[in-house]
Design a protein around this ligand. Structure first.
Ligand code: C6P
Length: 422
């Protein structure tokens, strides 16, 4: 098992992370790709999993596996207790007032859809305005397009600033509109990396009676998060981008809003009483967790949160920002165009860039041959790429187990690609 206490260096270096010690806890990082050591720089797509998470999932199946909330036997009780304990863990981790406000979903996409269809689809009226930004991931665009079509609501998109950040002034201006009802905004763009000032935006929205949803897919894994301090009404995030398993995510929402929300899925376990022609719903949050959930994955998410807590989210943020800042510096020196604000303290751990000589897809393929995994494409943000006048970008994204040496390796490999494609 990981002794995470030992990952921290002595007093003189308080706050620094022993990346090499941490890396040993991620078995996949020892893999070789095309005969080269793996540098995994595609963490914004999904992160790798430490032994603690892999073991938590495997041990659940080895020792505790049963369906939850149903059985009276010992395994069923153990499985239910393990699953519900993670709900409380999530509550504490995001500073939510009650575990009843924490809903397990498949991920950010499902969490946003639950609010869009279950709440907004029932509460918005023709002419009401939904405030978004041009930088949103498709997961925070398409559900609102569908809801707008269904309700007659209107979409309003805040633009970018000159320096390629989300225009926070414009978001605040849009939420001041008398018809604005809901603002759904990313906590960190998966292309620009920009972390907009959520406190300011949520406070402004609240002053004008506008509800706020934060797409936390790229934000929650990178920052200490407290929903009370942020002031949002809903927070959505995915376990797989923060060391946890795929297939599990979270929707946090204020209790009174969840009480007004219709479930997306109906069926077993989400009901109180079922007759042949009608049914009543279970309490929040269980009314939103129909059927057999991803129980082992929820348990794995608990292990991921434990790992991040042991490292400390302030340390995660500091480390990832340092590596990201270094990457921005080195890529700029190389002549790459970087998208989003250049100041690493305004961003999460990713850098989208283009090079004059090499197409992003060619670059990603070249780097793969060198054992370096990055992502190339529109990153599920087609409207943002259209705004930038691009079809695709290359994106390197970092997490706790990456370091500056991997950035050096990336830069060196890019130099090789440029020489080849020039
Ligand atoms: N972005 C990326 O490579 P899911 O797939 O539901 O876990 O997360 C969706 C999602 C929502 N919002 C943002 C800001 C995101 O970045 C993502 C996922 C991945 O950028 C896969 S497209």
């Amino acid at each position: 098992m990981v002794d995470l206490e030992r990952l921290e260096r002595p007093e003189s270096e308080v706050g620094a992370l022993d990346v090499q010690a941490l890396r040993r806890q991620f078995p996949i990082l020892g893999e070789r790709v095309h005969g080269k050591p793996l540098s995994y720089l595609d963490n914004a797509a999904t992160t790798q999993k430490p032994e603690a998470v892999i073991e938590a999932v495997a041990n659940f199946y080895r020792h505790d596996n049963a369906n939850i909330h149903r059985g009276i036997h010992t395994l069923a009780e153990r499985a239910t207790a393990a699953y519900e304990a993670v709900r409380e863990q999530v509550r504490r981790w995001i500073g939510a007032p009650s575990a009843h406000e924490v809903i397990f979903t498949r991920g950010t996409t499902e969490s946003i859809n639950l609010v869009a269809h279950g709440w907004a689809g029932r509460h918005l009226e023709p002419g009401d305005e939904i405030v978004l930004t041009v930088a949103e991931h498709h997961a925070n665009l398409v559900p609102w397009q569908v809801v707008a079509r269904r309700t007659g609501a209107v979409l309003r998109h805040a633009p970018l600033t000159e320096d390629g950040a989300i225009d926070e002034d414009a978001v605040c201006e849009l939420v001041r509109s008398p018809r604005a009802r809901l603002c759904a905004i990313t906590g960190a763009s998966n292309v620009l990396g920009h972390e907009p000032d959520l406190r300011r935006i949520c406070a402004e929205a609240r002053r004008h009676g506008v509800r706020t949803l934060v797409d936390g897919a790229q934000w929650v894994p990178h920052a200490p998060v407290d929903v009370g301090e942020t002031g949002c009404d809903w927070l959505c995030f995915s376990g797989h981008k923060m060391l946890g398993p795929t297939g599990v995510g979270v929707l946090w929402g204020r209790r009174e809003l969840l009480e007004q929300t219709e479930p997306l899925l109906t069926g077993g376990e989400m009901i109180r009483v079922v007759e042949l022609d009608r049914a009543t719903w279970n309490d929040v949050p269980w009314r939103f967790e129909a059927g057999t959930m991803n129980i082992a994955q929820v348990v794995g998410l608990g292990a991921a949160i434990r790992t991040l807590e042991q490292i400390g989210m302030a340390r995660v943020q500091r480390h990832v920002r340092a590596v990201t800042g270094y990457a921005i510096e080195r890529l700029r020196a190389l002549g790459a165009t970087i998208y989003g604000p250049l100041d690493p303290t305004r961003r999460c751990g990713l850098v989208a860039f283009t090079l004059p000589e090499v197409h992003p897809h060619d670059l990603a393929q070249w780097l793969d041959q060198e054992g370096i995994a990055i992502r190339a494409g529109h990153h599920c943000a087609m409207p943002l790429h259209a705004q930038l006048g691009l079809g695709s970008t290359a994106r390197a994204s970092f997490y706790v187990y990456n370091d500056e040496a991997e950035v050096d390796r990336l830069v060196q490999a890019i130099e090789g690609a440029r020489a080849f494609f020039r």
